[in-house]
Structure formats: structure tokens, C-alpha cells
Design a binder for this molecule. Structure first.
Ligand code: ADP
Length: 501
């Protein structure tokens, strides 16, 4: 690539799987394409998709890491995932931290991930890695920042800069302060209001707060969300800390993996299509309607899609309302959603039952990747009425598949969906319908306009489809922003070292 040697960054991403996995692999792949050496460190979960890991093998290296006053051995595995080298840490600890049949949501999550954070740093140290950047994601790996400066920088792992990305400030991983000592962190040094002490109580410790204080770079996943979390309303208790560290805090909009989300090549679809030939989109719609037992007699009846976790953040009351409003306006509605919240699950199961045989509404209450692709491809409109949304991926995927987003103006939605009727925005950027007030009236204000547009001006609706399908949501732009942050931080550190002689 002919890149100067000094601009190459070695990035060790210490990460988790799940929705975050998509973001992480896409960012890592984009950085790799730019010529950087990217290595990922993950727990060796029992419940990973082992079939997507190539050449998985155990290394000769056994890493010993500290926990609860003892040293524990860790087996280290290496494999390749989507062309990226990944180290998997298997702790030989009696609690079998990552042998639980799920990634997180265990009562001892704080212990599991503080153990992992320490073992990951120990791996870098013992394998003599010299990363320029250690990039950690979310509270589960937030311990890396204070551990690094307290224990590992003094051990010689001192050329790295720490970048911490918080994908959702709702999840901060707080715990009783005493628990922080297990991984070797100094409770007296860290349980202070300006360090890791949670705002709720002097006896609680907050890993995300620690990562904000101790990282060199702190990011979140959209510019608008970065502004929102700096206010007392949106900051989930961390706004003061974020404001105190504002100079290193920035919001970078995520991209989507445009290789796997591509209607022209998507093997989940019965009919592939592109902007020059939208016939396939109409065929997919008919196929989905057949598959779900919906009426397909009127091709001009708009299909409204929604694919989401059904949690309060996603505006479940507005999703429920949209079902009935779609019917009133003469549309069809398909929801694919799963819910970890029992009350919400029950409520939607009830609604699903009421519409079981309805010709225009179907609720599918599970997680189903294949079906999600068909719904994106079949939808004419796609709703994302979130109360808050750090970035949101579904609006971008929907647009790539030619579904017009109807979104609440919050977080990453505000940075990616621009109202067709908003005169303050250049025409070529307008790509959907938006609303501000999170109630039924607010939602209708956008939804009804979208229906009117669909019904009354087919030509301009088709132009809109073309426009949204051509928007570049790839990771390239975002990865360049991360690269820029890394390089600035690395060169600042070099200059400081040189100045110190
Ligand atoms: P969040 O990470 O808060 O759940 P995002 O919009 O960032 O929301 O990402 C959601 C991702 O999960 C999208 O890729 C979406 O297609 C997928 N998804 C959400 N719910 C389902 C479901 N029930 N079945 C299949 N995929 C889903």
C-alpha cells in the first residue's frame, strides 16, 4: 500500500460479540483495508458461531492472569474471522466464566469481564505485543483503561494509547465498589467522584466512568448522541464526567457492512435487485406476503416494516400505535421483534394473536436473520420511532434496500435521516420522514406525510427510493475518522515522549 511505516497502527480491539460484533468486524475490516494490522481479543465463549472461525487452534502460550489474589492460567486460542486474526481467551478458572451458553446477562458479569479485561492485557504483555492503539468497546472491557495505566504501562506496555467506544450509555456495568479489587485495581485510588465512583452512591463503582477518565480517546456512535449524553437529560448520570473530558470525546456515526447488506447480491433474498431494476423488490414483497399469509392483491398497498429489539428505548408504544395507524391509512404492517422484557413480550404476543389471521398485519416475535433480510427488501417504508438511539443500523439497512425510513429525530437517526419536507436541508440529502415529539400525534405527523407521498406521487417516490439506495453507508468514512483520531493520539504521545527526552 506504500504507506509510511510510522503511520501504521497496530490495533488490538478487545471486544464482545452480539450486535456490537457487526460494528467491530466492519470497523476492523475497514482499518485493515487501510493497511493497519488489526488484531481482536475476545473471550472464548462456548456459544460462538464456531463454524465462522477458520483455523481455530490453541497456542503454545499459557497466559497467567491475576484475580482475587491468585494467578489463573488461561488457554489462548487463535483463529481467523472474516479475514481478521482473533485471539480467544479461555480462562481455566473454576467459575467457567465463558461457559454459560450466553455472552452476557449473568449475575457475575462484573467478575467475568473484569477477569477478561485483565487477562487480555496480560496476553498483550506476555505475547510481547506493542500495539499503538488498544480499542475497547463498552463497559465489559472498560476495565482495560485503568488497568493499563495502573499496572501495564509501568510494565513496559507503554507505547499504546487507549481508545474507548461506548455504544450505549444506558449500560454502564456498575457494581459494589469492593468488586473492583478482584482484578487488581486499587479501590481507594479509584473510588473517588472524579474517577470511578458512580454518581448514585459512594459505594458503587462505574466501569464506563473509569474508561472515560482513563482513556486517551473516548468515542460514541453518532455526533448527535455525543451531544445528547453531555446533557443531564441524556447523560445517564455521566454528563458531568463527559463534559469534564470533552476535549477527548467525539461522536462518529457507524457504517453498515455493505458487503453483507447488499440487495444486488443478498443470498437470503428470493430475488436480487438494484437501483436500475427494482422489479426484484416488488417480487420479494409478493413472496413475503405469500410466506406470511398476507394479502397481495393490491401491489400499491404500502408495506411498513419494523425490525427491532422490543425494549423501551425503541419507542414500543409508537411501534404498537403504528400497527393500527398503518391499517387506518390503508397499509400493511410487518414487525420482526424479540423482547427480553417480559411485560413487553406479553403485550406484543397478545397483539400478535389478535392479528393472527389478519390479511394486512403480521407480528413475528423472534430473532430471525434470514427473515430480516426479506423484510428490509419487501418494505416500502420502515419505522424507527426510538426514544433514544445511539446510532441505529436499521434505518441505514432499510435505505440500502429501498425502504423509506420514518424516524424520530434523536441520536444517530438525526445524523442519517433527513426529512423530505425540510427546506433547511439540501434536496439531495433528504431521504425520509422525521418527527420530534415521541407521542402518537408526533409520529402521525411524519407517518401520514409518508403515506400521502406514496399514494399521490409515485414518480417522486420512485426517485426517493433511488436516492436512498445510492447513499454510501459503508464504513470507509467512519473508519477514516477513527484512523485520524488514532494517528493524532499516537503522534501526540510520541511528541510528549521526545520532549521528555
Ligand atoms: P440495537 O443494537 O439497539 O439493537 P441497531 O439498529 O443498532 O439496534 O441494530 C439492530 C440490528 O439487529 C440490525 O442489524 C437488525 O437487522 C438486527 N435485528 C434486530 N432485531 C432483529 C430480529 N428480531 N431478527 C433479526 N434481526 C434483528
Amino acid at each position: 500500500m506504500g504507506r509510511p511505516e510510522e503511520s501504521r497502527s497496530e490495533v488490538s480491539a478487545v471486544a464482545l460479540v452480539g450486535g456490537l460484533g457487526d460494528v467491530l468486524s466492519a470497523l476492523s475490516k475497514a482499518l485493515q483495508r487501510k493497511g493497519h494490522l488489526v488484531e481482536i481479543v475476545l473471550p472464548k465463549y462456548d456459544c460462538m458461531q464456531y463454524e465462522s472461525i477458520q483455523d481455530l487452534r490453541v497456542l503454545d502460550l499459557v497466559v497467567e492472569s491475576y484475580f482475587d489474589g491468585q494467578l489463573f492460567k488461561n488457554k489462548i486460542w487463535i483463529g481467523t474471522v472474516e479475514g481478521l486474526p482473533v485471539y480467544f481467551i479461555e480462562p481455566l478458572h473454576p467459575a467457567k466464566f465463558f461457559w454459560r451458553g450466553k455472552t452476557y446477562g449473568e449475575p457475575d458479569d462484573f467478575r467475568r469481564f473484569s477477569f477478561f479485561s485483565r487477562a487480555a492485557l496480560e496476553l498483550l504483555h506476555q505475547a510481547d505485543k506493542k500495539p499503538d492503539i488498544i480499542h475497547c468497546h463498552d463497559w465489559q472491557t472498560a476495565f482495560v483503561a485503568p488497568l493499563y495505566w495502573d499496572l501495564y504501562a509501568p510494565k513496559g506496555l507503554n507505547s499504546a494509547r487507549i481508545c474507548f467506544t461506548c455504544h450505549n450509555f444506558e449500560y454502564q456495568g456498575t457494581a459494589p465498589a469492593s468488586e473492583i479489587a478482584s482484578c487488581g485495581l486499587d479501590i481507594h485510588n479509584l473510588n473517588r467522584p472524579d474517577r470511578m465512583q458512580d454518581h448514585s452512591s459512594p459505594d458503587r463503582i462505574n466501569p464506563v466512568k473509569g474508561a472515560i477518565v482513563f482513556s486517551n480517546i473516548v468515542t460514541t456512535v453518532s455526533p448527535t448522541y455525543a451531544q445528547e449524553v453531555r446533557t443531564s437529560k441524556g447523560g445517564q448520570g455521566l454528563h458531568a464526567t463527559l463534559n469534564a473530558h470533552a476535549q477527548k470525546f467525539v461522536g462518529i456515526l457507524n457504517g453498515i457492512d455493505t458487503d453483507s447488506w447488499n440487495p444486488a447480491t443478498d443470498s437470503f433474498l428470493r430475488f436480487q435487485y438494484n437501483t436500475n431494476d427494482l422489479e426484484g423488490k416488488a417480487e420479494n414483497k409478493k413472496a413475503l406476503q405469500r410466506h406470511l399469509g398476507l394479502s397481495f392483491s393490491d401491489s400499491r398497498r404500502p408495506l411498513v416494516g419494523c425490525i427491532t429489539r422490543l425494549v423501551p428505548q425503541k419507542g414500543v408504544h409508537l411501534i404498537r400505535h403504528a400497527i393500527y395507524r398503518s391499517l387506518e391509512l390503508g397499509g400493511q404492517f410487518v414487525l420482526l421483534g424479540s423482547s427480553p422484557v417480559p411485560d413487553i413480550r406479553r403485550e406484543f404476543e397478545e397483539i400478535a394473536k389478535n392479528f393472527e389471521n389478519h390479511e394486512h398485519v403480521r407480528l413475528i416475535l423472534k430473532y430471525d436473520e434470514a427473515l430480516s433480510h426479506s423484510i428490509y427488501a419487501s418494505s416500502d417504508m420502515f419505522i424507527i420511532p426510538s426514544i433514544f438511539e445511539p446510532c441505529g443500523l436499521t434505518q441505514m439497512i432499510a435505505m440500502r434496500y429501498g425502504a423509506i425510513p420514518i424516524a424520530r429525530k434523536t441520536g444517530g437517526l438525526n445524523d442519517s435521516v433527513f426529512d423530505v419536507d425540510d427546506d433547511t436541508i439540501p434536496v439531495q440529502l433528504r431521504n425520509g420522514y422525521t418527527f420530534v415529539t415521541p407521542n402518537e400525534q408526533g409520529f402521525n405527523g411524519a407517518f401520514d406525510r409518508a403515506f400521502n407521498h406514496y399514494k399521490n406521487d409515485n414518480e417522486s417516490w420512485q426517485e426517493l427510493i433511488n436516492r436512498v439506495m445510492n447513499i454510501d453507508f459503508s464504513w470507509d468514512t467512519s473508519a477514516s475518522q477513527y484512523e485520524e483520531l488514532y494517528l493524532q493520539s499516537v503522534s501526540r504521545a510520541r511528541a510528549a515522549r521526545q520532549a521528555a527526552g
